[in-house]
Every structure is written in C-alpha cells, then in structure tokens.
Design a protein around this ligand. Sequence first.
Ligand code: PLP
Length: 391
Amino acid sequence: MNYRISQRAASLTPSLTLAIDAKAKAMKAAGEDVVGFGAGEPDFDTPQHIKDAAAQALAQGFTKYTPAAGIPELRQAIADKHQRENGLSYKPGQIIVSCGGKHSCFNVIFATCQDGDEVIIPSPYWLSYPEMVKLAGARPVILPTSDATEFKISPAQLRAAITPRTRLLILNSPSNPTGAVYTPAEVKALGDVCVEKGVLIMSDEIYEHLLYDGAAVKSVASFSTAHQEQTIIVHGFAKAWSMTGWRLGWCAAPEPIAKAINAIQSHSTSNPTSFAQKGAVAALTGPQDHLPRWRTEFARRRAYALEQLQTIPGLTCVKPHGAFYLFPNIAGTGLKSSDFCAQLLEQEKVAAVPGIAFGADDYIRLSYATSLANLEKGLARIGNFCRRLRA
Ligand SMILES: *Cc1c(COP(=O)(O)O)cnc(C)c1O
C-alpha cells in the first residue's frame, strides 16, 4: 500500500536525541561497553516521599478521570509555588497541568499560533520547538547565537527579527542544550521588547532550580503586570524532581489562553494520570532538601568535565551556569557534528548528541547527568578520539 502521510506529519524530523539514546541502549544491551552522554534526564531517583504519595493514591483507588486541567489541589500547589518562589500571582484557573513539559509547550503553541504566524526561536534550541511550530502551521524564525555570546540573543537581534507576523518568542533559560542562563537584566530587556511590540513569550523554565556559580534567574513574567500578561510560563516535574517518566508538566498563562489550552487538552489527552498528580502535589509541598544535594553533585561533575575538556585538542567549551549539559565547540576537529558523533560512537563507544539536532552543527551536547566514573571513562575516550583526528 502507498499510504498517504499527512503533510503535517511528513514535515517532521524525528527526535534525534531519542534516536541516539535508543542506539546507545541497544549497543549496551548487546554487551558493548558504551558510555552514554546523551541522556536528557537526571540520573537520580525520584525522592521517596513523592513515590509514596502516588503509591498511596493508587492503593486508595485514586484511579479515575480527573478534570482535564488537573486536580484542584495540584493547580493550587502550582499557583502557590509561583507566588512563593517567583512573586507571581496566578489563579488556579490559569494553571493547566499536562502530560509533561513537552506537552505543555505543544499546547501553548497550538493555542496561540496559526497559519502564517512567525515564531522566534533562538538557536541552539531545544529540538522540539521548531517541529511543534511547524505542526501548528506557523513558521520558525531562527535567531542564531554562538559561544562568543554565551549562546544568548541580544534585544537588538530580537527587535530586528520582529515583523507584523511575529506571534511568539520562545525563551528557555537555563537552556537545553547549552546550559546558558540569561541574567535578570538580560531577561527583562528581552521582555521589554516583547511588551512594546505585542509579541507573546513562551518561557520554558523547566531548569529553574538547576543553577551553579551563584547564578540567579528571574522569570520574564515577574517584571511587571504587562510582562506577566505577555508571558506563558512552561514548567514541569521532570528535571528538578527527577520525574521524567511520570509525564507531568504545567503552564501558567493569561486566562483566555489557559481556557484555550484546557479545550485543546480536553479533546486530546484529557487529564494527566490521576495518581501521578498526587505525587506531584507531594513534590511541590514536601521537603526540597534533595535539590541542594543534586546541585552540589551536578556542580562537581560539571567542574570535572570542563577541566578535562580543556585538555582535549580541537575542543573548546564555554562554562554554562545551569541545567546539566555542556555544549563544546568541535570546529577545531575539522568534523561536523553528525560525523563526529557517529565516529565517536563507532570507534570509542561514547554516545553524544550532534549539535545539528539543536541547529548548531559545530557543537555536540554532552549530558553530565551521569556518574563521575562514567565521565572519567567517557571523556578519556573523547580525548583519545580527538587526538587521533589530529594525528
Ligand atoms: C526536559 C525538557 C522539557 C520537559 O520535558 P517533559 O519530560 O516533557 O516534562 C521541556 N523543555 C526542555 C527544554 C526540556 O529539556
């Protein structure tokens, strides 16, 4: 049969990060000694009290449909979090809980963008953003950055990219894949341009709690009522509570947008999993003492990996201040990112993600959400690989 695939689906590029991860896992399963730097998730377990809350909900029969936008208790706990940590007031009705932060991004883009709209995406970008924008019928407008500007766009660059068709700016700080963090002043300057020009901002703040070197973040929504009215915050439980498999995220949006997202969700996935939501309530209202421990461990690995990368010929790497990724420049090796990663996996059995997946072909992404022992082994192998290229 010659199946006609819809134009929307055919326009998609499948997720390269998931593909690399699958290949590395298959090699491992076949008994090969693979070191994986591809992971986009913390290697820590979900804290016990969160698991207990979900297990208890399950045991008590909390297994039925919930309201599509999430249980009131969780929406309230999320609103309280934004008040407490970000100084932002949201009514529970402005919070929509979805099946992961990725799903929240999808809902936001579908609720706000349509055919003919333009969406500004700084690159390197999280690889799903442009694909979601295309699915919605809108056009991604990519603003390239490099390590020379620590992977940040300037207000002037943003202003020059805005046209009458611009609907949305996607901001992600701290960033996946670069780990870059905009300072509060930098975020405000970008927000000011959007407020002035009437451009909405989707602010993906999922790495908010993973910061190093005393870096501080401030949500773009928090600078004034006008900023908040222009912004939709996307957040989730995957990273700061290590709950990637639970599939729970949220957005905090102006009321009309929240209503539209609720409608989309009610006709697509309905509610996120009932008992998982009870775990999420425990995540927000319970102790947060795992976070300083995780940050300390991530910081230790990051420092070690940066030190090792400096000794490898052909690679340079700026110091990122958030998330759990390094984004070294490989231009000095003479290879582009796909060849680099394919040969590295083949010859040294190290899995890294080619930067081209994030719109940056002179870089690779290394996740340090893995043990120090793995970092030692894997970085030594990358060193061997690069020295051979130079020989
Ligand atoms: C991990 C991640 C998300 C959300 O992931 P979910 O597993 O869907 O919650 C959103 N944005 C970025 C940039 C991420 O890295």
